[in-house]
Structure formats: C-alpha cells, structure tokens
Design a protein around this ligand. Structure first.
Ligand SMILES: [Zn+2]
Length: 302
C-alpha cells in the first residue's frame, strides 16, 4: 500500500511537470491588458483578444495565434497592393502588440445585441482606454453571434474605430471560423485571415458609396473573388479591388482610395484619414455610430 502511495505521488508529480512544460511552451509572451508602449507614432492597427465575462480563455493572445494569423493576412494584402500592408502596432521588442480584454458582459448578453455585437465590443474596449486617436482596433472576440461572422464600422455612415471577428459565430448552419487560423509557414490565408482584412477595410471607410460598383453597405459587386465582395454568390476572396476601379488605386476624383490611407505602412506616404476622422481629435466610441470627441475642433458628443 505504501509503495502504491509513493507511486501515485510520483505519477502525479510527472503529470504536473508535463502540464508545466506544456504551459511554458505555449506562453511565448506575457499577457498585456493595456496597449504596450509604441515603437511608431504613426496611424496603426492594434489587435485585441477579447473574451466575454463567462467565456473560455484560449490564450490566443499569448500563444502567438493571433499575431501569426494577422501577420499572414497582412502579408497577403502587401502582395496584392504591390508594396504596403497595414501598419501594425508593435511593442519595442518588435513583437506584434496584442492586448487582452475580459469583457463585462456575458456571451449571451452580447449575442442578444443581434446585428450590434461589434458595437457592444467597441463600447467596452473604448471605455477601457482603447481609444487612441491614431489607431483602429481589430478585436478577435471569443464569443458567439448568430447574426454575422464579424463586423466593422463604416464611416461616414457608421462612425467607429473597431472591427471584430466573432470567433464562435455560427451563421446559416456553419461555424464561421471552422477553418481555424493559418499560423503555419506553409499555410496561405484562409477565411479567418481574409475576414480580418475585410473588416478593417470597412472600418477605414471602404468600399465608399462613391465607388462605381458599390453595393450592400460597404461592399463591391465587382466579382465574388474580390475581398470586399457581397452578393448572391459564395465569397471566394483572392484579390483586392478587381480592375482597380472601386477602392484601391481607382483614380477617381473625390472618392476615398485605400492606397492613400494613413494606415498603410511604407513605402506608402498616404495622407487620407478615414471619413469623419480629424487629426488631433480624440474620440471615444460608444458603439452604434456614437462618439464623444475632444480636441481642436468639433469637440463634444455627436
Ligand atoms: Zn463586409
């Protein structure tokens, strides 16, 4: 009996060591609940991993999943653009700065917002200080939606600074992110990665209504392989702005062009802010297109 007890203790020790080893292999970065000090003070995209009050925390921020998936998405965009990608928020050690937020509402409370899940997330993260006047936020939300797989702001019609992917979204009988994350070197971008770029483009104001093929609030009808396509065909993203006539290098006067966005990284020298953004004015977004701003002009609630 005594031998058995010793063996049991020894086995338990081995199991605990195994758990500790697995944990240390996954924890490649410490968790940050606030934006880390910035390397660049240019306009940039900041990534957030958000879990509802009662949601399971899968450590997608600290195990590198979100950073690798988004980097892959942004590499694809840079291939498409022929140069710049989106400027990413990086910490001083060069790593992608991914913040963690535990939301104050339960998964069910947020899901009940229906078409406005993104707005509830935007409201919460802005109140926590994710309201830098030079940042848009992409939130990997580990909660449910039965309405959509993600959402973005779409200024000027829907003012906002936050895009979101609903990682446990379940729409039309399908798990939105059943394909998982493309995090290995030999994997190309898949649904998750395309969705990330798609929702950020919306949040920067694209596709604008002045585009010739604009359709369905921020999309293009110019082919179902376009990243910003919406329509009756299945979405099979492979390209940005097919024909360069709607949102990227379109050459149209008085119509926003993503190629000129301040959010693009070098070799771009874009000067276009998203519609309704003003340099030097800090806005705290409240969701539902509402915001409170303070700065040089037009301060106050809208
Ligand atoms: Zn869309």
């Amino acid at each position: 009996m005594r031998v058995f007890l010793l063996s049991a203790a020894f086995l338990l020790g081995l199991i605990l060591m195994g758990v500790a080893a697995a944990a240390s292999a996954q924890q490649v970065a410490a968790r940050a609940t606030e934006d880390r000090p910035d390397v660049s003070r240019d306009y940039q995209v900041h990534l957030v991993y958000a879990v509802p009050k009662d949601g399971k925390d899968r450590n997608l921020d600290t195990d590198g999943t979100i950073a690798r998936s988004f980097s892959k998405a942004n590499e694809w965009f840079a291939e498409q653009s022929g140069g710049p990608g989106l400027r990413l928020d990086r910490a001083v050690d060069g790593s992608v700065d991914v913040s963690f937020v535990r939301l104050s509402q339960t998964d069910k409370q947020i899901r009940k917002a229906g078409a406005w899940v993104r707005d509830e997330i935007e409201k919460e993260i802005n109140a926590l200080g994710f309201n830098d006047p030079k940042k848009v936020y992409l939130v990997y939300y580990d909660g449910r939606s039965n309405f959509a797989c993600g959402g973005g702001a779409w200024p000027p019609k829907l003012k906002g600074n936050t895009a979101a992917l609903y990682l446990r979204g379940f729409v039309y009988g399908n798990a939105c992110y059943g394909v998982g994350f493309a995090t290995k070197d030999d994997q190309g971008p898949r649904y998750t990665e395309f969705a990330a770029i798609h929702e950020i483009f919306h949040t920067l104001g694209f596709v604008p209504e002045c585009s010739p093929h604009h359709t369905r609030a921020g999309h293009t009808s110019g082919g179902n392989t376009d990243l910003m396509y919406a329509g009756d065909q299945a979405w099979r993203p492979r390209r940005i702005d097919i024909g360069n006539d709607d949102y990227y290098r379109h050459g149209l006067d008085a119509c926003p062009d993503l190629a000129n966005s301040v959010f693009l990284d070098t070799p771009s020298s874009g000067t276009e802010l998203p519609p309704t953004w003003t340099a030097g004015v800090q806005c705290t977004y409240l969701g539902y297109g509402k915001r409170e701003c303070r700065g040089v002009e037009r301060a106050g609630a809208e």
